[in-house]
Design a protein around this ligand. Structure first.
Ligand code: CA
Length: 223
């Protein structure tokens, strides 16, 4: 099993230990210690799973989990220092996929990560104002009707939709869609966007979703 695990943990030693075990198990990892950095990072680069510590500097794990759930179903495992805290967390219905209590054995964490990933089917589902994007199957629906997208169109729409209102330049979009640095013309993005818009309009007439910003690039905005 592989995948990118985002470790959100302010205890550096603990984060390092988790990283070592996850790497050994075949995962790639990224580490964040500041609560405020988490949501922007998740919007930018979707991890396959998040290990989220409850008590963090900047912003607490509860708040972070709630905000992520407004735009993504990425699997989240909450990590807390107190076992009695878990009952309270369960009662809050945060939408986390699992809870782990400190101190834990890193082996146990790896096992839980595997279980949660297996259950979630690998990819994540993005939901935003009638748009549902299932990454594990590269399937997208708008208002319940299927958008028949190519893989490139899917990635483009997903990336834009993860940051509603944010404007991306053509080169930012190209970096995202062609990470292997293939040389592509600026107009490649324009032509993908054109096709995407056509498909969106076919399923939901009058719906724009992707707007061009003159001289800058593109943005996603739900109507
Ligand atoms: Ca902590």
């Amino acid at each position: 099993m592989s995948g990118k695990i985002l470790i959100v943990e302010d205890e550096e030693k603990l984060a390092g230990l988790l990283r070592d075990y996850l790497l050994q198990a075949g995962f790639t990892t990224e580490w964040l210690s500041d609560g405020l950095a988490v949501v922007p990072r998740v919007r930018e680069e979707l991890p396959d799973l998040i290990l989220l510590d409850l008590m963090l500097p900047g912003r607490d794990g509860l708040d972070i989990c709630r905000e992520i759930r407004t735009f993504s179903s990425v699997p989240i495992i909450m990590v807390t220092a107190r076992v009695e805290e878990i009952d309270r967390l369960l009662g809050l219905e945060l939408g986390a996929d699992d809870y782990i209590c400190k101190p834990f054995s890193p082996r146990e964490v790896v096992a839980r990560v595997r279980t949660v990933l297996r259950r979630s089917g690998g990819g994540q589902t993005l939901q935003a104002a009638g748009l549902v994007m299932d990454e594990s199957r590269y399937k997208a629906t708008l208002q319940g009707r299927e958008l028949d997208l190519t893989a490139v169109e899917f990635k483009l729409l997903q990336f834009l939709a993860l940051s509603p209102g944010r404007i991306f330049s053509r080169s930012q979009l190209m970096d995202r869609i062609y990470p292997d640095q293939r040389i592509v013309d600026d107009r490649t993005i324009d032509s993908h966007v054109k096709k995407l818009r056509k498909k969106i309009a076919a399923v939901s007439p009058g719906e724009e979703l992707i707007y061009s910003v003159y001289g800058v690039g593109y943005k996603y905005e739900a109507s």
